[in-house]
Write a protein that binds this ligand. Structure first.
Ligand code: GAL
Length: 462
């Protein structure tokens, strides 16, 4: 490891979390799809731990932010919950308590010398909007989201200079409509494709409102956050594997990346969807909005690569349509795994992403908005001073930074690195199974203790 890696002045070093994963539901007037799912099916969540308390940020944000500052970070991402900020979804009118809370949080972030980065949607669709309109299947919901975003910009863009419309929108499509890990756990490829389109439209319409109202006048910028999982074919000399990997990339990466940056959908994807008769419903006017309203910067969440091989078994055409008809996942022998999360560890992909953005996406300004390692049972690494010695996390981060640094040296326009996460937080259905933080959370007492990685990152940043 090259300990002398230099990153430019002003490089953002930080950590990310989201409203639903850290605040707790205290004093929240509406429920999102996870709040509701936990209410009706608590056993779907690890150890039946739900979203009510999480890491108690609603009550402890002052101490929490001071701790993040104390480990040397200069920036912090969280999200504003639609179900907390908004009183009336149809008008976008804000709730007084919601305004007060987010005002306090944003002021406190800034007071601690941290640059705030604020996400507007982190998997937290209001469940009422699913029940009434079908959630992201509906273009009315798209417009309601834009109203919420406009309210948030109006209230906070004097202080928030980096906004992001969505976090990992493809995960919403996968979780809600394909692979059943987000409520309502539907399996319906056609609806999935409409939701994919509608969320792209919501992001573009939000950018339009941001520009029209000149919220960027004091330097605020708007972007989006995508989880990029580069698809590597099993055998680069086998054209079928290569083609399958290209298609997987079009579905899982380019379906949001291209509209966000280039204003259009990948042709390969559109052609396949047309052929299969599952293409989304769109209008000329909407496509024009997508064309004209691109992001100003990109956040990339990177955890693991995708390995792909050509389909091995014939697809049963009587079954509902799924994108998986075009590829199989490939378990590469000898791949390095994080056994707790079941994710492959492959740091070089971060370099490949950097070069892809440089060469194929106009070298747009971008940053790593999430990267990290979830580990179960970290208590077994507690030393005599009560500190978790998470050397594996330090190694993981170092290795990824090395490849990121190489990408930057070769001209990729990356302005920051955020780890997931600062303080151990709640991870959807996995709840508190795997811990990711620089700071450990004792769930019973809510006591927070800096891990070895937290001490390390401080020195590294220096
Ligand atoms: C990401 C997601 C985060 C967090 C993380 C680790 O995909 O954006 O919300 O849950 O995974 O589980």
């Amino acid at each position: 490891m090259d300990n002398n890696m230099k990153f430019k002045d002003g490089f953002l070093w930080g950590a990310a979390t989201s409203g639903p994963q850290c605040e707790g539901t205290f004093n929240k007037k509406h429920k999102n799809v996870f709040d509701y799912w936990y209410e009706v099916e608590p056993e779907a969540f690890f150890d039946k731990v739900g979203p009510e308390v999480t890491s108690n940020f609603y009550n402890s944000y002052e101490e929490d932010l001071a701790m993040l500052k104390s480990i040397g970070l200069n920036s912090f991402r969280t999200s504003i919950q639609w179900t907390r900020l908004i009183k009336d979804f149809e008008t976008g009118e804000a709730d007084e308590d919601g305004i007060e809370f987010y005002n306090n949080v944003i002021n406190e972030i800034i007071k601690n010398g941290l640059t705030p980065i604020i996400t507007l949607h982190h998997f937290d669709l209001p469940v009422e909007l699913y029940d009434k309109y079908g959630g992201w299947e509906s273009k009315h919901v798209v417009d309601l989201f834009v109203k919420f975003a406009n309210t948030a910009f109006r209230l906070f863009s004097d202080r928030v200079k980096l906004w992001t419309t969505f976090n990992e929108p493809i995960v919403v499509v996968e979780g809600q409509y394909l692979y059943q890990f987000h409520y309502p756990k539907v399996v319906d490829g056609k609806k999935a494709i409409q939701a994919l389109y509608n969320i792209n439209l919501a992001s573009a319409k939000t950018i339009k409102v941001f520009k029209e109202n000149n919220y960027g006048k004091d330097g605020a910028k708007i972007g989006t956050i995508l989880n990029l999982t580069p698809s590597y074919p099993r055998d680069i000399n086998n054209p079928d594997d290569v083609k399958a990997a290209k298609i997987a990339d079009a579905f899982f990466n380019e379906s949001f990346l291209m509209p966000a940056i280039k204003g259009e959908f990948p042709k390969l994807l559109v052609d396949l969807l047309k052929e299969d008769d599952v293409l989304w419903e769109s209008t000329e006017e909407e496509l024009k909005i997508i064309k004209e309203n691109n992001i100003e910067y990109l956040g990339v969440n990177y955890y693991f690569p995708r390995r792909i091989k050509a389909k091995e078994e014939k697809v049963d055409e009587s079954k509902p349509w799924m994108p998986d008809k075009y590829f199989d996942n490939y378990e590469m022998p000898g791949r390095r795994m994080n056994p707790y999360r079941g994710w492959e560890i492959y740091p070089k992909a971060i370099y490949d992403i950097a070069i892809n953005i440089r060469d194929n996406y106009d070298n747009i300004p971008w940053y790593i908005s999430e990267n990290g390692m979830g580990v179960e049972g970290e208590d077994r690494y507690i030393n005599s001073e009560g500190i978790i010695e998470d050397d594996y996390r330090i190694e993981f981060i170092k290795e990824h930074l090395e490849y990121l640094h190489k990408g930057i040296e070769e001209g990729s326009n990356c302005f920051g690195y955020h780890s997931w996460t600062g303080i151990d937080c709640w991870s959807w259905c996995n709840a508190y199974k795997n811990r990711y933080g620089f700071i450990a959370l004792d769930l019973k007492t809510q006591k927070k203790t800096i891990k070895k990685s937290g001490q390390w990152i401080k020195e590294f940043i220096k």
